[in-house]
Design a protein around this ligand. Structure first.
Ligand code: TXA
Ligand code: MG
Length: 557
């Protein structure tokens, strides 16, 4: 069969030709033919929904299982009572809010809709597509168009007329080119025959938008998880392995930076990659297709099928794919990727958030660390870890002995701090030398402890956070600051020393401005008691962690 190619990409400026072409397309529908039509979601493979013979041919051309019902396309909600029984007011509310657009409603059918269209179900899916060309064709034809996605069954859906040619050329009467689809994933399907309404397939209309109008809405299990043996989804099509390129796909969910790292570790020579634009450079030497920027789910939706299709022409042995989070269009994009992967999903664990705390004596770092522990975090005092290592780490001890002589150790093996102090204090070169050694051993030990910690939050407390390079281990650095008078009073009380000595100690250290300049954030202590500051700090860290998580989720860190 010769497939007519009807170009309607240029709607403006050619009104007469357009009308002729629309008529030609509508005639294919009216005479029982198959016509691929553009919609805002994906291309559809259309036929007169009321003509059983024509509808049967759709199943043939696609190789679609007979038990998978088709949705019918109408130009407005006014057509609903012609094909649906007992249309609930809710359907009109949804239509008012979201039609024309990427929403399919499952409603009770009237018997005018043939069995073959609904695969024998007593319900029918109805959608009003937001595409001027297809709207015009339906009105011209005067009948609803039954249309599944225009791909061969099992392949990724078609988002351009070229995709449709690839799958359907020679099998159908016509293909209307209406330009690339602007949404890129199929419509959201909501079942209104049950209460509360049920989401059967996430799609181009975000679940959150539906929830705003519907309130409560159930989500069918098939949306997020593979079905078990013998289990039936409410939308029959959700049970088929779908959208699948030839090579097996594995999907990685979680923080984008982490999923990218994990994919790099898992890759083998033949792996192909689907990733967010930001991470392209990590996968050099591999066939890589870009899903779009981390923060632009509209672009990701437009590209997801194209990217999956492209891999069909490639010889990769497997495909590793980054997956967006479930918010907004992410639910639909992730669902398509996971279906392509047969729900072979690797959930990448979130790493702990690491905070670096610094500041002068008496500012309140100890209370701040307690607040970290109150939040379930791990608080590491870098000085304490250093002293521990001095007793336990043979490498550190050997390095110190080599640089400063064996005499800085007592005969019982403990460090003679006084002897070492005399060598380094007042000699800044030697002090630097000692610090270099200490930090060289301290940093990996801190990294080990952070990695071993199962919780979500770690804080490192170090006076010389930046000089030691420990700041490099941190997601965010925090200066704990406090007015000098308050600090003096606090350390007098805490250490039982007189005012003069307390002032001397405070002035011997860096001042608040120094820490303020170097750190990402400032936690200022102007309250009277450690207990009150611990509360202030808890709130501060809680907020900060929320911000860091959001930044990470959005790929900003
Ligand atoms: O965006 C879209 O919805 C595209 C464009 C062309 O409009 N169409 C589309 O059709 O995606 P299709 O056939 O590929 O997917 C329709 C899904 C199938 O999973 C099918 O099982 C389900 O809708 N479905 C159709 N009628 C149903 C019904 N009465 N009850 C439950 N599920 C139904
Ligand atoms: Mg489909």
């Amino acid at each position: 069969m010769e497939t007519k190619f009807i170009d309607l990409t240029n709607i403006k400026g050619q009104q007469r030709i357009v009308e002729e072409k629309i008529e030609m397309a509508a005639n294919i529908i009216r005479t029982g033919g198959l016509l691929a039509i553009p919609t805002e979601t994906v291309y559809g493979l259309g036929a007169n929904a009321l003509d059983p013979e024509a509808v049967r041919r759709i199943f043939e051309a696609k190789g679609r299982p007979q038990d998978n019902p088709l949705i019918i396309h109408v130009p407005s909600a006014q057509w609903l009572p012609r094909f649906c029984e007992d249309v609930p007011p809710l359907a009109y509310t949804l239509a008012r809010n979201f039609w024309p657009g990427p929403l399919t409603m499952i409603l009770k059918r009237k018997s005018i809709v043939p069995d073959v269209t609904t695969a024998g179900l007593d319900s029918v899916g109805v959608r009003c597509p937001a595409h001027a060309v297809t709207q015009a064709i339906i009105r011209y034809a005067g009948v609803p168009i039954a249309a599944p996605s225009a791909n061969t069954s099992g392949r990724p859906s078609c988002t351009t007329a070229e995709d449709v040619m690839e799958d359907m050329s020679g099998k159908i009467e016509g293909i209307v080119d209406g330009g690339p689809c602007t949404v890129g994933v199929e419509s959201t399907i909501v079942d209104l025959t049950v209460m509360p309404p049920r989401l059967l397939r996430p799609g181009g209309l975000p679940l959150e938008d539906l929830q705003r109008v519907l309130g409560e809405i159930d989500v069918d299990k098939a949306v997020t998880a593979p079905l078990e043996e013998g289990e039936q989804p409410k939308a029959p099509g959700m049970k088929y392995r779908h959208y699948a390129p030839k090579a097996p796909v594995t999907v990685f969910t979680g923080n984008p930076r982490r999923t990218a790292q994990t994919m790099v570790q898992r890759m083998t020579a033949g792996s192909g990659v689907i990733c967010f634009d930001e991470f392209e450079s990590l996968f050099q030497g591999h066939e890589t297709h870009l899903l779009g920027p981390v923060n632009d789910k509209e672009v990701q939706a437009q590209r997801v099928f194209d990217v999956l299709r492209t891999f069909d022409e490639s010889s990769v042995t497997e495909i590793l794919a980054q997956c967006p989070d479930n918010r907004g269009l992410g639910l639909a994009i992730g669902n398509r990727l996971k279906k392509a992967a047969g729900f072979h999903v690797v959930e990448v664990e979130e790493e702990s958030i690491v905070l670096g705390l610094t500041g002068g004596t008496g500012a309140g770092k100890t209370s701040a660390l307690k607040a970290i522990e109150d939040l379930g975090g791990l608080a590491l005092d870098c000085d304490a870890v250093y002293y521990e290592l001095l007793n336990t780490d043979a490498g550190l001890r050997a390095a110190i002995a080599e640089a400063f002589g064996a005499e800085v150790f007592n005969s019982n093996g403990t460090l003679n701090r006084k002897a070492l102090g005399e060598l380094v204090f007042g000699d800044s070169d030697r002090l630097d030398q000692l610090n270099d050694i200490v930090f060289r051993f301290l940093r990996p030990e801190l990294e080990r402890r952070i990695a071993a910690f199962q919780g979500k939050l770690c804080a490192l407390d170090a006076v010389n956070l930046f000089e030691s390079g420990i700041d490099k281990l941190c997601d965010c650095t925090v200066a704990v600051t406090s007015p000098i008078e308050m600090r003096v009073r606090r350390i007098m009380e805490r250490d039982g020393i007189d005012e003069k000595y307390a002032r001397l100690r405070v002035s011997a250290q860096q001042q608040d401005d120094y820490y303020r300049d170097k750190c990402d954030r400032e936690l200022s202590n102007t309250v009277d008691t450690p207990k009150a500051f611990r509360e202030t700090a808890k709130e501060f860290f809680d907020r900060l962690i929320g911000q860091i998580k959001e930044d990470k989720a959005n790929g900003r860190r």
